[in-house]
Design a protein around this ligand. Structure first.
Ligand code: HEM
Length: 498
């Protein structure tokens, strides 16, 4: 049986805090408490945090879980006084609902500093990920129209299945004597770039071919460096804000290379679609007269950069849970055989509607949220757990990692039980208690349906060919740009016909 370890286990305190917090409004009945009365760690605790921050193994999610245990469902803290800003963290279902309702027409997610900065340097549109207000809304509305409808996403289903099928052939060619793929993480990043290329660039990059083209190799290299540098700039000491560090310059060069490559693809796709016969969503998006070429380029750049590392790392978690739960793997394999048969037919709609596959993905996100929290600022302020939070204050929603393993919301929370998601009462109880991995509201991830379709196709393709096992140290989620597996994903692939 799968057991979750770590501080989130000590829940009694949290439950007490939640009960207490829920009572505040009725006890006082005098309106929200002022911001400065939000619970905050003592000065000595903050000094200890500073010392912990110097350690390489500092884990932000673990740190915040602990704070919630000590201080309740809402607290504020500045972990780097003088350098970082004060952060308010909240987790109760009522606060999650309040955050969603206060988003307004133009939700504000704090920008990814270095990304916004290099795009400004290069005089590019900031991208939907970094833009705000009307500038964000205009582009996001066009993106939603073209890429968020089920039929748009499903129209790429067969291509995604083909990419994943090609990946299983790549696995077959690269199995070592232990039936493992050496450096599976690298292989899975190739898979996610190949799958993202299908709808973001309208091309197969050929990353599993014996001879990969020079242009595709350069794109992989630029993408790898892009994420490596972004991570260094975000999580290291922020010297780049004062002067142009080597990492910052390198990051800007990667962004420029990715932009140039994407822009070339955009012109090629536009040319193909210019005879008035649009054959896919990307072409019809590129024909939109509502956006400039630069805005279109940056949507494609955002799709690539938003969809590769995230989808690659996220796909490892369901594979791991299935590998260590062979009985669930068998149930899912039977469903795959029933719905997709010998794999000659298969569509996005079929993949999206497979009940057990969907339940496996939901249960995986409960145990390992692919992105553990989401953040917002509120132009008009917000009331959280009866505390008044002022305008433009950074708020982090930590519902995923605080509530997902709380028995108040999930029976036997330590058990991997996809079946729980078939129970309407469970789904109702989980609403707002957990926020999933793709954010919330109008600013929610626009690539979520593509990401899930890709992961569904990957699991379907792998389980159709292999029984997967995992024989090493238990994997935990480690926070980086997204959740990363704490251990190498060394899966054993045993061909089904053996
Ligand atoms: C498992 C994979 C993925 C995860 C876990 C993920 C997660 C997220 C999250 C948490 C956000 C912030 C949402 C919010 O603030 O409410 C986001 C935004 C975004 N994601 Fe994803 N994402 C994934 C895949 C993708 C893919 C495949 C694409 C490309 C099609 C994509 C493109 C974007 C973009 C462009 C934004 C910014 C949206 C905006 O600000 O309006 N993501 N994603």
């Amino acid at each position: 049986m799968f057991r979750i370890r770590g501080p989130v286990h000590q829940l009694q305190m949290l439950q007490l805090c939640r009960t207490y917090a829920a009572k505040i409004p009725t006890i006082n009945n005098v309106g929200p408490q002022p911001f400065n009365s939000i619970p905050t760690p003592s000065t000595s605790t903050q000094v200890k945090t500073l010392l912990k921050l110097l350690r390489k193994d500092f884990d932000l999610v673990e740190h915040m879980s602990k704070r919630h245990q000590e201080l309740g469902p809402v607290y504020k803290e500045n972990i780097l006084p003088g350098i970082a800003d004060v952060t308010v963290s909240c987790c109760s279902p009522a606060d999650t609902e309040a955050m969603l309702r206060s988003d307004g027409k133009y939700p504000v997610r704090p920008q990814t500093g270095p990304l916004e900065s290099v795009r400004n340097d290069l005089k590019l549109y900031k991208g939907i990920s970094e833009a705000s207000g009307e500038e964000w809304y205009k582009v996001r509305s066009v993106v939603n129209n073209h890429f968020l409808q089920n039929r748009s996403v499903w129209s790429y289903g067969e291509k995604h299945l083909k990419v994943s099928q090609d990946f299983t052939e790549y696995i077959a060619k690269h199995l070592d004597s232990n039936n493992e793929v050496p450096d599976f993480e690298n292989a899975i990043k190739r898979w996610s770039l190949e799958a993202a290329g299908v709808f973001s660039l309208d091309t197969r990059l050929g990353l599993f071919d014996d001879e990969v083209s020079e242009t595709s190799l350069e794109l992989i290299k630029a993408m790898d460096l892009f994420f490596e540098n972004l991570s260094k700039l975000l999580f290291g000491v922020q010297f780049w804000k004062t002067f142009e560090t080597f990492t910052y310059k390198d990051f800007r060069n990667c962004q420029k290379e990715i932009y140039n490559a994407v822009s070339l693809h955009r012109r090629a796709v536009q040319h193909k679609g210019s005879n008035g016969k649009e054959t896919n969503q990307l072409q019809s998006f590129l024909n939109s007269s509502l956006l400039t070429d630069n805005e279109k380029d940056m949507v494609m750049v955002d799709f690539l950069s938003g969809g590769i590392e995230t989808t690659a790392m996220s796909s490892i978690f369901p594979l791991y849970l299935l590998a260590i739960h062979p009985e669930k793997q068998d149930i899912l394999r039977q469903e795959i055989q029933k719905y997709i048969g010998d794999f000659t037919i298969g569509s996005g709609k079929v993949l999206a509607e497979m009940p057990y596959l969907n339940a496996v993905l939901r249960e995986t996100q409960r145990i390992f949220p692919f992105v553990p929290f989401y953040s917002r600022k509120f132009k008009n302020g917000i009331v959280l757990s009866n505390y008044q939070v002022p305008p433009d204050q950074l708020v982090i929603n930590s519902a995923n990692f605080v509530n997902n393993k709380d028995p108040a919301y999930f029976d036997e929370p330590d058990v991997f039980k996809p079946e729980r998601w078939f129970d309407p009462a469970q789904r109702k109880k989980a609403a707002f208690a957990t926020v999933g991995s793709f954010g919330v509201g109008a600013r929610k991830c626009p690539g979520r349906k593509f990401a899930l379709q890709e992961i569904h196709s990957l699991i379907a393709a792998i389980l159709s060919q292999y029984r997967i096992e995992y024989h090493y140290k238990p994997i935990r989620a480690k926070l980086g740009l997204v959740s990363y597996p704490s251990e190498k994903a060394r899966f054993t692939f045993i061909p089904l016909n053996e």
